[in-house]
Design a protein around this ligand. Structure first.
Ligand code: ACM
Length: 679
C-alpha cells in the first residue's frame, strides 16, 4: 500500500483519463465521467473480506441494489465475499464500504441524483441525499474497479457527482417491431449502468397497439397481432425500472400514427374505414377525427385507465407527422374548421391537443409531445420533445416552455457515436440566456423500430447510447472523442456482462448467414462494413415490410466499424512515420484482408444469402493489395507507379458503392495511403 503524499491529481477532463497513481497506472473507465473527480495517491485493495453496510431508513430498493452491486463485484473478481442478501438487519462491525442516504428518492423530474464517493486505503463511503443518488454511485464504484499484478483495487479518490440534465432518456419503439419483456428489462439494466433515468416507451403506432386495454379491449385484441404487453407485464417493467431509479413514460401517439387504433375502432377515424393493419413504413394517412365527440369520450376513458397504470407525472401523446390528408378529405372536418375559424391543420391539431390536455389534467398527468404539438397558449408545465432540430427547442425555451432534445440522438440513423456525442442539448453558442437554458431538461436517444427486431435492437442501441448518456450527465466540457471511444469499448463489455446481446448476437447472426460454417472470414469482412446511413435502406432495392427478414449482413453489421476506425489511425501514423511501432500491425491487417476473400467465397458458395456482398469482399482484397503496395512504397520512400495510381481511381469508385446495403469503411484510409505514396 502506498503512503499518502498529500499530492492529489485533479483529473483533467481534457486529457485522457489515464493517470500514474503511485505505482499504479490507473486508467479510469468511467462513463459517464463524473462532474468532479479528484484522484489521490494510494489504493483501496479489494479482498474477500469485503463487506458493505447501509446506513439508511429501511429502503428495499437500496438494499436490493447494494446486493446486486456486491454480486456484480464478486462476479467480476471471482471473490467469495461473505455477505448474503443485504437487509436492514445486516449489522456489521467493520464494513469497508458504508452507504449513507437521507431519504427515499421519488421518481420525479428534478429529483436529487447526486452522490459523493470517497475511497481511501481502508475505507469507502458513499453518501447521497436519496437512494437514487446512491444507485448512481454504485455504478461509478463498479466502473472504478481496477487491476494490477496483486489483484483488484479501487484508486483512492473523492468524487462529487451530479447530472448536468435531469431528463436523460432512451426511447424504445415497441410498436413497429414488438419488443418482448426481456428486451425491455435488459435495456433498463443498460440504462441504469450509464445513469439514464427516463425510459420512454413508444407503445402505439400504425403498426401495432401494444398495451392490454380493459376499457377498449379491441385495441390490443385487433390492433396488435397478438403481440402486446399485459397490464401485469407493464407493472412488472415499471417496478423493474423503479428499482433502478428509472421513470417510465408511455407514448400513445395521436392523432396520426394511429392505424392500429382505427383497425380496432374505425369510428375514431377521420375516414370511413375499414382500416387494416399497416405493414409498411413511412407517414400514413389514418388519423383520429378531432371534430367527433366520440373521439374525446373514448380518449377520456382510455387515458383514465392508462393514467392509473403508468405512475409517472408525464404522458407522451406523440403528435408528430400528421399529414392532414384524411382531415382534408372529410367534409364534416372542413365544415368544423370554417365554423370555428380554424385556418389550417396545425391549428386544428392545436384544438385537439387542448382537448387532450384537459383530459390529461383531469387524471393528474402533464403532457409531453413531439415538437409539432407546440402552440403558444399551452400551459408551461408541458414538455416539448424536439425531434426536428434545435430551432424548435430554442423557440419553446424562449417562450418559457420546457424541452428535451432528440434531434441528433436518432440512433436508428446509424450515425457514429462521435456524431451523437458532440451533439449538445445546449451548445456553447446557444442563443439562450442562463435563465432560458434552465428550460432545457436534457434529451433522449430514440430507437425507432422499422429496421430492428428483438435480435438486433441491443446492437442498435448499445454501445452508442452510452456516449449519449455521457453527453446528458457530464459537464459540457467533457468531449475528448478519442478518450470517449476508449472508454466506450470497456463500457460495451460491462453492458454485455449485464445481459445485453449487442456483442453476442453478432456471432449468432453470422453463424446463421454462413449456414453454421466457420464464421471467421465473414467476420473479418463484416468487421469493416457498416449499414448504409440515414434512411437510405428504405430507398435501395426491395421494400421493407414489418415481416421482412432483418437477418442479412446489413443487420448483423455493427453500426460503427471500430476496426475501420482503428485502421484509419494506423494509416495516419504510418504516413507520418512508416517505421512507427504500430507499422507491423498495419501490414498484418492488410495481409489478413488480402487473404480473406479466398476463404469467404467458399462460404458464399454454400450460403446464397451472402451473394449480395461477394463483389465487395473482392474489393476488400483489391484494396488490401493496393494498400500493401502503397505501404511498401512509403517505407522505401518511393512513389507508387503511375499505372497503379491510375488503376486505383476505378477501384476506389467501385469499392465506395454500397452493396447488400452495407458500406466498406476502409476506402478513405486506403485512398489516403495511396495519395501519400503518390506525392
Ligand atoms: C418522429 O421521428 N416522427 C418523432
Amino acid at each position: 500500500m502506498q503512503k499518502h503524499t498529500g499530492i492529489c491529481i485533479i483529473v483533467s477532463i481534457l486529457l485522457s483519463m489515464s493517470i500514474v497513481n503511485g505505482d499504479q497506472q490507473t486508467t479510469l473507465n468511467l462513463m459517464p465521467i463524473p462532474a468532479e473527480i479528484v484522484l489521490k495517491d494510494g489504493i483501496f485493495r479489494l479482498d474477500e473480506s469485503f463487506t458493505l453496510k447501509i446506513d439508511d431508513p429501511a429502503d428495499s430498493r437500496l438494499y436490493q441494489a447494494a446486493t446486486g452491486m456486491l454480486r456484480r463485484l464478486a462476479g467480476r473478481t471471482g471473490y467469495f465475499m461473505p455477505q448474503d442478501y443485504i437487509t436492514a438487519e445486516s449489522n456489521l462491525e467493520n464494513p469497508q464500504i458504508i452507504v449513507k442516504t437521507s431519504r427515499i428518492g421519488e421518481l420525479k423530474l428534478f429529483e436529487d441524483e447526486s452522490y459523493s464517493l470517497t475511497i481511501t486505503d481502508k475505507q469507502i463511503t458513499l453518501i447521497a441525499e436519496t437512494d437514487i443518488g446512491a444507485l448512481r454511485g454504485f455504478e461509478t464504484f463498479l466502473q472504478l474497479l481496477s487491476v494490477d499484478q496483486n489483484g483488484y483495487y479501487f484508486p483512492n479518490c473523492v468524487i462529487n457527482d451530479k447530472p448536468r440534465f435531469p431528463w436523460r432518456g432512451l426511447m424504445i419503439d415497441a410498436s413497429r417491431h414488438f419488443m418482448p419483456v426481456d428486451v425491455i428489462k435488459r435495456n433498463l439494466d443498460g440504462m441504469a449502468a450509464v445513469k439514464l433515468n427516463v425510459f420512454h416507451w413508444h407503445l402505439a403506432d400504425d403498426q401495432g397497439f401494444r398495451v392490454e386495454c380493459k376499457t377498449w379491449p379491441k385495441l390490443h385484441e385487433l390492433g396488435s397481432d397478438g403481440f402486446y404487453y399485459t397490464q401485469d407485464q407493464i407493472k412488472e417493467i415499471i417496478a423493474y425500472a423503479a428499482d433502478r431509479g428509472i421513470r417510465v413514460i408511455p407514448e400513445f401517439d395521436i392523432p396520426a400514427h394511429a392505424t392500429s387504433w382505427l383497425v380496432a375502432y374505425p369510428e375514431l377515424g377521420s375516414a370511413p374505414g375499414p382500416y387494416s393493419m399497416e405493414r409498411g413504413w413511412g407517414i400514413k394517412d389514418p388519423t383520429m377525427n378531432p371534430v367527433n365527440e366520440f373521439t374525446y369520450a373514448f380518449l377520456d376513458e382510455f387515458f383514465s385507465e392508462m393514467a392509473a397504470l403508468f405512475p409517472d407525472d408525464y404522458m407522451h401523446i406523440g403528435g408528430d407527422e400528421n399529414n392532414g390528408k384524411h382531415w382534408d378529405a372529410n367534409p364534416e372536418i372542413q365544415q368544423f374548421m370554417k365554423d370555428n375559424d380554424i385556418p389550417d391543420k396545425h391549428m386544428l391539431q392545436a384544438y385537439f391537443n387542448k382537448r387532450i390536455l384537459k383530459i390529461l389534467a383531469k387524471y393528474n398527468k402533464k403532457m409531453i409531445g413531439w415538437d409539432e404539438i407546440f402552440q403558444p397558449g399551452l400551459p408551461t408545465d408541458i414538455v416539448i420533445h424536439s425531434w426536428r432540430g434545435q430551432k424548435s427547442l430554442i423557440e419553446s425555451a424562449q417562450k418559457g416552455y420546457m424541452g428535451i432534445l432528440s434531434n441528433g440522438y436518432y440512433i436508428d440513423l446509424i450515425q457514429t457515436a462521435q456524431y451523437h456525442y458532440l451533439n449538445d442539448p445546449i451548445p456553447e453558442d446557444t442563443p439562450l440566456s442562463a435563465e432560458e437554458q434552465k428550460q432545457i431538461l436534457g434529451g433522449e436517444a430514440t430507437s425507432w423500430g422499422e429496421l430492428v427486431t428483438y435480435e438486433t435492437v441491443d446492437s442498435r442501441i448499445w454501445p452508442r447510447t452510452a456516449a449519449i448518456a455521457e453527453r446528458f450527465w457530464s459537464p459540457r466540457s467533457v468531449k475528448n472523442v478519442d478518450d470517449m471511444y476508449r472508454r466506450l469499448e470497456v463500457t460495451s463489455f460491462h453492458l454485455e456482462e449485464l445481459g445485453l446481446l449487442h456483442l453476442k448476437n453478432y456471432d449468432m447472426m453470422l453463424r446463421r448467414l454462413t449456414k453454421d460454417h466457420d464464421i471467421s472470414s465473414l467476420k473479418t469482412f463484416a468487421d469493416v462494413v457498416e449499414p448504409v446511413k440515414i434512411y437510405t435502406r428504405h430507398h435501395q432495392g426491395k421494400k421493407y415490410m414489418s415481416y421482412s427478414p432483418y437477418t442479412r449482413v446489413v443487420d448483423a453489421a455493427r453500426t460503427e466499424s471500430m476496426t475501420a476506425r482503428h485502421f484509419s489511425k494506423l494509416v495516419d501514423q504510418y504516413i507520418a512515420d512508416p517505421k512507427n511501432p504500430d507499422a507491423a500491425e498495419l501490414i498484418l491487417q492488410l495481409s489478413v484482408w488480402q487473404e480473406n476473400h479466398r476463404q469467404l467465397v467458399e462460404i458464399i458458395k454454400v450460403s446464397p444469402v451472402l451473394k449480395e456482398i461477394e463483389s465487395m469482399s473482392a474489393d476488400l482484397e483489391a484494396l488490401a493489395n493496393l494498400g500493401l503496395e502503397a505501404a511498401k512504397a512509403l517505407a522505401k520512400n518511393k512513389k507508387l507507379k503511375k499505372n497503379v495510381v491510375d488503376a486505383s481511381v476505378v477501384l476506389f469508385e467501385n469499392a465506395a458503392k454500397p452493396r447488400g446495403q452495407v458500406e466498406l469503411m476502409i476506402v478513405p484510409s486506403i485512398r489516403k495511403l495511396v495519395s501519400a505514396a503518390s506525392n
